[in-house]
Design a binder for this molecule. Structure first.
Ligand code: SF4
Ligand code: SF4
Length: 489
C-alpha cells in the first residue's frame, strides 16, 4: 500500500449515501419532449446546426463545438426539432439559455455509430473525436476533456494520471454505482486517456466508504498496472487539489492547473464516456443522476440529457411531504434551483430534494468571534476569517494577496462557523468583483494601446506626407534670391 498525504482540515460529514446507493442504476424515461441546452460545458456554447422542423436521430450532432474550449451537443433521442430558442436551464440565476427542443418519436433510433481503434489514430484526431462526441468532465466542472488530454506546452510529460472516484459530497452516489456496475468500461476509458497522456503511473482514488466500488475497480484493473488507492472518507477529498495532494503529496499552485505539476485528473464517469465515444461511437447523450433526499424512492437513474428534473422525481415516485429546497449537486457545493421544470445537463450529478431537517437551519448571522474554527477546517490552508474581513471591507487587493483564488469554495469554513457567517458567499462576491475589475482594466488598457497606436500612425503619416511634399516642391522665390546672392559672394 503506497503512502497517502493527508490534507489539512476538511470535515467528517454525515454521509447519507445508503439512501440511494443500494439499488442498481435504472434506465431513465424517454420523455415526449427533450430540452437540450447548447451550453453544457465550460467555454463557448455549441453552435446550433439544426433548425425547427429538422428530423434528428439519436446521437446526431445538434450543436457543434465553437472554438478550442467548447464541446459538441447531440440529440439524446430521435424525433423532430420543435424549436431552437431560450429555455430555463438549471443555474442559480434561474435564467434561460439557448436550447434545442426535440419532440421525440418514441423510436429512439440511433445514427450509424462508428467505433474507432484509438491505437491507430493520430493523437489530435483522437482528441477531435472526443470533442465531437461532446466528452466533458462529468464530476461537475464540465471542462472539455479533449483540452485536458492535450499536454500542449505545459510540461515535458504527465507523470501521474488520476481518476477521481472519491465522491466526497454527502448524498451523491452516481460515481459509486458507475464504478460498481461499469468498472471494465471505466478502466478501458482510462487506457485511452493514458494512451494520449503517456503517464508514468495511473491511479484511481476512491473513498473508503465505497468498498464495493473499490472491489470492482480493483478487479477491472488487474493486469493493467493501474492502481486503486483507497483514501479516507473526509470531505473534500474529491476536490481535485485535495485528491492530487492526497495521492501524490504535490500541491497545485493557486490558479494553476494539475498539469503545472505533471498531473492530470478526470472523473470516473468521464472515463466511462471516453470509452463509449471511442469504442462504441456513442456521443454523450445521457448521464447517471442521483435523485435523493425527500423523494419516495431515491435511486440512480441513467437519464437522457434534456429530461426534466420533474420526470426523474416522478420515476422516484414523487416527492415526500416537506421538501424545502431543490438542490443540484450536493449540499456542500451544489446550488438551489428555482424549480424542477429544467433539463438534465452533463453537469447534473445529483438532484437533492431537501427537507427542513436535512438542511442546516437558517440561523441569525452573528459577528465573528475570531475563534479560528474556520482556519482549522480550511483544506486550502487559508485564513478564512481574514478573507471575510477583506471581502466585507472591499479590500480586494488584500484578499487576493491572501490567496483568495486558492479557495475552492468547499464550504468547510461556513459549515463550522459558530457565528453562521455565510463565508463562501463573501468569497464568491470578492472573486466576481476582482474578475470584473480585471476585465475593466484589461479593456481600458486595450483602449489606451489602440489610442496610442492610432496617434503614432497619424503622426507617422503626417511626417511621410510632409517629406513627400518637401521632395516635390520647387525652391521658393525668396530662397532662390538668397541662394543666388550667396553664389555671387
Ligand atoms: S469560524 Fe466564524 S467566528 Fe470563528 S473565526 Fe472563523 S469567521 Fe470568525
Ligand atoms: S470555502 Fe475556501 S476558505 Fe472556506 S474552507 Fe473551503 S477553501 Fe477554505
Amino acid at each position: 500500500m503506497s503512502a497517502l498525504f493527508p490534507f489539512h482540515g476538511g470535515l467528517k460529514t454525515v454521509r447519507h449515501k445508503t439512501e440511494s446507493n443500494t439499488l442498481p442504476i435504472e434506465p431513465g424515461p424517454l420523455p415526449r419532449r427533450l430540452i437540450v441546452p447548447l451550453r453544457q460545458h465550460m467555454g463557448n456554447a455549441a453552435k446550433p446546426c439544426v433548425q425547427a422542423g429538422d428530423r434528428v436521430l439519436k446521437g446526431q450532432m445538434i450543436g457543434q463545438a465553437d472554438g478550442y474550449i467548447s464541446a459538441a451537443v447531440h440529440a439524446p433521442s430521435s424525433g423532430v426539432v420543435a424549436a431552437v430558442d431560450l429555455q430555463p436551464i438549471p443555474h442559480p440565476s434561474g435564467l434561460a439559455d439557448l436550447c434545442v427542443t426535440i419532440e421525440t418519436d418514441g423510436e429512439d433510433r440511433w445514427i450509424e455509430r462508428q467505433p474507432l481503434d484509438y491505437r491507430h489514430l493520430h493523437p489530435s484526431d483522437l482528441r477531435n473525436a472526443l470533442r465531437n462526441a461532446g466528452v466533458v468532465g462529468l464530476g461537475g466542472a464540465v471542462f472539455p476533456s479533449a483540452v485536458k488530454l492535450n499536454r500542449g506546452g505545459h510540461c515535458e510529460r504527465v507523470d501521474t494520471l488520476i481518476l477521481n472516484g472519491a465522491e466526497c459530497e454527502p448524498w451523491i452516489t452516481c460515481d459509486d454505482r458507475i464504478m460498481r456496475e461499469r468498472a471494465a468500461d471505466i478502466v478501458a476509458g482510462l487506457a485511452i486517456m493514458a494512451h494520449l497522456l503517456e503517464p508514468r503511473e495511473a491511479l484511481i482514488g476512491i473513498e473508503e466508504d465505497k468498498p464495493e466500488a473499490v472491489a470492482a475497480m480493483t478487479a477491472a484493473c488487474a493486469g493493467t498496472g493501474y492502481e486503486v488507492r483507497v483514501v479516507p472518507t473526509r470531505y473534500p477529498s474529491g476536490s481535485v487539489k485535495q485528491l492530487v495532494f492526497l495521492l501524490t503529496g504535490r500541491e497545485i499552485p493557486d490558479q494553476g492547473l494539475p498539469l503545472d505539476i505533471g498531473v492530470q485528473c478526470f472523473n470516473v464517469a468521464t472515463a466511462y464516456t471516453v470509452q463509449r465515444a471511442i469504442a462504441h461511437g456513442e456521443p454523450v447523450i445521457a448521464r447517471v443522476v442521483t435523485v435523493t433526499g425527500h423523494v419516495q424512492r431515491p435511486r440512480n437513474i441513467d437519464a437522457l440529457l434534456g429530461t426534466r428534473f420533474a420526470d426523474l422525481v416522478a420515476q422516484c415516485s414523487g416527492y415526500r411531504d416537506g421538501v424545502e429546497r431543490l438542490i443540484m449537486g450536493g449540499p456542500m457545493m451544489g446550488f438551489a434551483l428555482h424549480g424542477d421544470d429544467v433539463p438534465v445537463t452533463k453537469a447534473t450529478n445529483c438532484i437533492l430534494a431537501a427537507s427542513a431537517g436535512q438542511l442546516t437551519p437558517e440561523q441569525p448571522v452573528m459577528p465573528c468571534i475570531r475563534c479560528g474554527a474556520c482556519v482549522d477546517a480550511c483544506p486550502a490552508l487559508l485564513l478564512p476569517q481574514q478573507l471575510y474581513w477583506f471581502a466585507r471591507a472591499k479590500e480586494f487587493d488584500k484578499a487576493r494577496d491572501h490567496h483568495l483564488f486558492g479557495c475552492i469554495e468547499c464550504g468547510c469554513c461556513s459549515y463550522v462557523c459558530p457565528s453562521h457567517i455565510p463565508l463562501v458567499q463573501y468569497y464568491r462576491y470578492a472573486k466576481n468583483e476582482i474578475w470584473a475589475r480585471d476585465k475593466e482594466k484589461e479593456k481600458a488598457e486595450l483602449a489606451r494601446q489602440r489610442h496610442q497606436a492610432r496617434q503614432e500612425r497619424l503622426e507617422r503619416e503626417k511626417q511621410e506626407r510632409e517629406a513627400k511634399l518637401r521632395q516635390k516642391a520647387p525652391p521658393r522665390a525668396a530662397e532662390t534670391v538668397v541662394e543666388a546672392a550667396d553664389r555671387e559672394g
